[in-house]
Design a protein around this ligand. Structure first.
Ligand SMILES: [Zn+2]
Length: 250
């Protein structure tokens, strides 16, 4: 029972952070402050009252409309709040306690989550958030020097691949943003797991890229969401993936 209360607490906390992420995702790419002014309806400008700002619930109670002008509010907002709660719960399942490592890992994944949504929206990610994730990832476990070393190696590896591939296909392959994300991955999960995660990210990305090809749509596929998702999967099941790696290569 106590355990259930902890999980509910973590979920609510995560939803509240998800609500803040909505602000970050909306404002950071526009170069606006994330602290002030308080949230307002993008349509009518009415300030959102605190009791209309309860994650998920307010959206449902207000029927997905602004309380003032009745303009529809995207379902994306409560979804991001829910995913924020889910993320906190899953990360807590891994740590089973609330300590500094839990907090830092959570912060790294929240930042990667925000970066993923921004990349979906803009096909580019802001350096401010990207470097924040990288810096936090340096401190995501006790061996900080090793984390930094892993970050440098991953960034170096991806830069190298970028040089070669860009030369061969004669256009820019991989964004600079992807290279910083690779650094975050290296620092957060280590070298082998990062390579596994890049492999998994590429596998997952095949399906939407095939879809774009077949539909002949002129869309650019963002890669950060795939990298972030794969990093999360490999982070959670790290021992399992390292075991498979050892069977295959050692
Ligand atoms: Zn409104």
């Amino acid at each position: 029972m106590d355990n259930l209360i902890v999980y509910i607490f973590i979920f609510i906390l995560g939803c509240a952070i998800g609500s803040f992420l909505n602000v970050v995702i909306y404002r950071v790419p526009l170069g606006k402050s994330i602290i002030s002014p308080p949230s307002s309806c993008p349509k009518c400008g009415a300030k959102i009252k605190p009791w209309h700002n309860i994650p998920i619930l307010s959206w449902i109670i207000l029927g997905g409309k602004c309380a003032n002008c009745k303009e529809p509010i995207s379902i994306r907002y409560p979804i991001i709040e829910f995913l924020g709660g889910l993320l906190a719960v899953i990360i807590y399942m891994k740590f089973q306690k609330i300590d500094i490592w839990f907090a830092i890992n959570l912060a790294v994944f929240y930042t990667l989550f925000a970066l993923s949504i921004i990349d979906l929206d803009y096909k580019a990610v802001p350096d401010s958030l990207n470097l924040l994730a990288l810096t936090l990832a340096f401190f995501s476990s006790a061996d900080i020097l090793q984390n930094i070393k892993n970050a440098l190696l991953m960034m170096g590896l991806l830069s190298l691949i970028r040089f070669y591939v860009s030369y061969v296909i004669k256009k820019e392959a991989l964004g600079e943003g992807d290279i910083i994300v690779a650094g975050t991955m290296g620092a957060l999960i280590g070298l082998k797991p990062s390579l596994i995660a890049i492999f998994i990210a590429s596998l997952i990305a095949i399906f939407p890229s095939l879809y774009i090809r077949i539909k002949n749509k002129d869309l650019e596929l963002p890669f950060v969401p795939f990298l972030a998702l794969a990093t999360f999967i490999v982070w959670y099941f790290k021992d399992y993936f390292l075991y498979i790696w050892s069977i295959l290569y050692e």
